[in-house]
Design a protein around this ligand. Structure first.
Ligand code: PMV
Length: 323
């Protein structure tokens, strides 16, 4: 299938501060070098179609018939409309969406698709939108997809690099001094962000003083982590990740599979390891100083029946790809 034009955007990991962020404390997220890619390709008939092989490997959706679209694609159809994309396609052209980011794993895959698609929309129309505007439009799509998201995912996917999120304000962090590999293990235990946020809230209401203490610990860890990232202090970042994991366990968002996978990462030489995102299952991450060590950790995780891959922090946000 010949590509005519394509845009891509990165996924993310939350490195520090998940859950505490819900209570007005800071969180830090990084863009990773796993991306979603949205392209216009020549199809094999006269229709204008949408093909999302990762979600629907056997079905192409007719873009002129929105009612044909399942609810999972609602945010995508919203963007197609918002960016007036269907009118800007010729008959026989197809929008193809592919992603290297595992879906529903807390790694920002939906935001990466939304941002890429919004950017593609600007490229094929005469709309000259800034990255800030693309970010805002992608946020609207994220709200359709997730209800009340923080906006971290679309922000990081648009701009790349690192972000320090505090009370709805997003500040970019310089990540040029950090250089480590990240191993992500998917525990494959399904979890629901909303339920976990609610579970922490219940704990908070039941035992305010103790929970506040933990949230404050996470706040201090995250503040120290910001400085450590800006200064490129990898050992310190790892140490803080381990402390953050202890605090998350105390908050009650751990899981035996999280403990198991974090232990795999540490025993294979991770400088630091913790859950990322909501917890209760989902993904964990570890940072490594060499690709070789990271590869050994991935192999070990796979041998133990988990899905794992290597990634790294990435400064590259949304962009048009070279063909
Ligand atoms: O797993 P994710 O990417 O949905 O992350 C959830 C992060 C929380 O702090 C638990 C919730 C939130 O809205 O920030």
């Amino acid at each position: 299938m010949k590509e005519i034009i394509s845009c891509s955007a990165p996924g993310k990991v939350i490195l520090f501060g998940e859950h505490a962020v819900v209570y007005g404390f800071p969180a830090i997220a990084l863009a990773i070098n796993k991306r979603a890619r949205v392209s216009i390709t020549e199809g094999d008939d006269e229709l204008k179609t949408l093909f999302t092989p990762d979600l629907f490997p056997k079905k192409r959706f007719d873009l002129t018939n929105e009612h044909d679209a399942p609810t999972q694609l609602k945010a995508i159809f919203f963007l197609l409309k918002k960016m007036n994309m269907v009118d800007n396609l010729s008959n026989g052209q197809q929008i193809l969406i592919k992603s290297q980011i595992p879906p529903s794993a807390g790694l920002g895959s939906s935001a990466a698709v939304s941002v890429s698609l919004a950017m593609l929309g600007t490229k094929i129309s005469n709309k000259k939108l800034t990255l800030e505007e693309i970010n805002k439009i992608a946020f609207q799509a994220e709200k359709i997809q997730h209800g009340t998201p923080s906006g971290i995912d679309n922000f990081i996917s648009t701009f790349g690099g690192g972000v320090y999120y505090l009370k709805k304000s997003l500040e970019r962090i310089d990540i040029s001094k950090i250089s480590f590999k990240i191993v992500i293990i998917n525990t494959k235990v399904t979890r629901n962000t909303k339920d976990l946020v609610l579970a922490v809230k219940k704990r908070y209401e039941k035992n305010k003083e103790y929970t506040k203490e933990i949230l404050n610990e996470i706040k201090t860890i995250t503040e120290q982590a910001k400085t450590a990232i800006e200064k490129g202090m990898t050992e310190k970042i790892g140490e803080l990740m381990n402390q953050n994991q202890v605090a998350l366990d105390k908050l009650g968002v751990g899981h035996k599979k999280i403990t198991e996978t974090v232990n795999i990462l540490r025993s294979e030489g991770a400088i630091g390891a913790k859950l990322t995102g909501a917890g209760g299952g989902g993904c964990v991450l570890g940072i490594f100083s060499s690709k070789q060590e990271a590869s050994i950790a991935v192999k070990r995780a796979e041998d133990e029946g988990f899905e794992a891959f290597i990634t790294e922090p990435s400064k590259i946000g949304a962009r048009e790809n070279e063909l």
